[in-house]
Design a protein around this ligand. Structure first.
Ligand SMILES: [Zn+2]
Length: 317
């Protein structure tokens, strides 16, 4: 009787746990306060514009490492810090790892990434402001990836394995992502898809939430809309005009792996005047819109890491 009672109790508790998890997944709420706090710290004057190789960027890295640690995301290498092999000064990518739950699909990786470096300080500055805070570029994308790490770290509902990457020295020519992509390629890293986030702190005044670079390279944009159940992501002319596909860290992975590796962005060259200016400050970010953006990325990224094999693929050009 005792035995029966125990196993019955176990069965009941298991059922209630899985129900609770499903409910949580549906009701998961990205908190504005959390988005605001991360973005505010990363773009604070204390970090002195987060130039690769400076103390300011190292502090930012420690902060991101702490978020990963607190949310059950493990280091992919021995530590979270992945030293760049191609940069004059010592600087690190921050790389976290969450193993997939499916015995087969977990062999594939989805990479969520953003660059956490920016361009430092300017002795002259403008109107007494000398710090390039890089709130939109790319503390906003970094905050997005940090929020996704919080979500997946809590839910652990990912069939595929996930790599959370915060790149250094993007502004010096995609150096952090080049270094990491080459290192992973050597280890036969099995990349399924990479979704990089750039400048998502100010909403676009358009009928899409964001655009994706390299729209024609793969079916990722279409798939993201399918996962969202509506048209969320679109194609933008400026993307081709400025060759944006090659201008962020997704490009390093695309070149190394020849797999879908693209950047989602809401900066359309009309909605923000402070690109690479000292006024790229926290005060100019729309926290409510950004929180809503991340909230809408949650189910999309969830479906991305759980989709059946071969769902997101390259297109023949
Ligand atoms: Zn950037």
């Amino acid at each position: 009787m005792k035995k029966l009672f125990l196993s019955a109790l176990l069965a009941v508790s298991c059922i209630s746990v899985s129900c609770a998890q499903k409910k949580q997944a549906k009701e998961y709420k990205v908190e504005e306060a959390s988005v605001s706090a991360t973005l505010k710290y990363l773009s604070s004057d204390e970090l002195q514009g987060r130039l690769a190789g400076t103390r300011g960027l190292e502090q930012a890295g420690d902060y991101l490492e702490d978020i990963l640690k607190k949310n059950g995301i493990k280091p992919y290498f021995k530590t979270y810090k992945d030293t760049l092999t191609n940069f004059k000064n010592t600087t690190y990518n921050i790389v976290g790892y969450l193993e997939g739950t499916d015995p087969e699909l977990k062999k594939e990786f989805v990479v969520f990434s953003a660059h956490y470096d920016h361009i430092g300080v300017d002795a002259e500055g403008e109107n007494g402001d000398t710090v390039y805070n890089g709130a939109n570029d790319d503390a906003s994308g970094t905050t997005t990836v940090a929020e996704l790490a919080k979500y997946f770290g809590k839910m652990k509902n990912n069939k595929r394995s996930i790599l959370f990457c915060f790149f250094s020295a993007e502004e010096a020519g995609l150096m952090g992502s080049k270094s990491l992509a080459a290192k992973l390629k050597e280890k036969n890293f099995n990349l399924y898809a990479m979704l990089n986030f750039e400048m998502v702190g100010v909403p676009m005044n358009r009928d899409i939430l964001a655009y994706i670079t390299g729209w024609h390279k793969s079916n990722m944009g279409d798939k993201m809309n399918e996962y969202a159940g509506k048209k969320l992501i679109g194609y933008l002319d400026v993307e081709m005009k400025y060759q944006l596909f090659r201008r962020s860290d997704n490009y390093s992975f695309y070149k190394e792996f020849d797999k879908p590796a693209q950047t989602v962005c809401t900066f359309d060259f009309e909605n923000f005047d402070y690109y690479h200016k000292v006024q790229d400050d926290f005060e100019h970010m729309d926290i409510a819109a950004m929180t809503s953006f991340i909230q809408q990325m949650v189910p999309v990224t969830y479906k991305m890491v759980n989709a059946p094999a071969g769902d997101i693929v390259m297109k023949k050009e």
